[in-house]
Ligand binder design. Sequence first.
Ligand code: SF4
Length: 213
Amino acid sequence: MHTDHFEQVMRTLKRRYVARAESAKDTPWESVLFTMLTARSRDEQVEPAFRALMRAYPTPAALSRARVSDVAHIIRTIGLYRGKARNAVALAHALVERHGGKVPADLDALVELPGVGRKTASCVLVYAFDIPAIAVDTHVLRVTNRLGWVKETTPEKTERALREVLPKKHWLDLNRVMVQFGRDVCTPGTRPRCFACPVATWCGFPNKTKTSR
Ligand code: SF4
């Protein structure tokens, strides 16, 4: 991979998409809880349940005292809600007991928390703390592999490989722009919208689509 390609692609996508959006969920506590709840669920589906949960239990201390069944009832519209309710209360407990009720700004400490994997931890670092990290969700996995930046099949391997090749100055914006680009143009399935792609010139995907059908 020619290193100019990273520059060209990231510059183009940052011009087109909001690189640093304002978000209502950018406090560390909101960020970690929301990201945990969105695992295998859509953001729009999680949003109302998340808001209701925050109203009922606004802080880690409050949530740590909640009954799991009450939390499950509030978030029952979300997929896997029982497990997520258990994790949410356990997460709040762990934050209170280990970190004085605060979310740690450290990858290793974050991944030790219940229900927090590397993707969630990296998202929290990026979105809540402005600390460079590579958060590989389904969009980052798909798009960076299609672009030819890495050749991996899992989020974990993709994260490791991207750490090696992608200059650190792009880490903060990577997830945000790739999520928007992945929904908009480099869509899932067999027919991404290559014919409308602003970075096709630098993309190594062999099956580029030429039309919408
Ligand atoms: S050319 Fe196609 S596969 Fe490559 S980044 Fe653009 S939309 Fe994705």
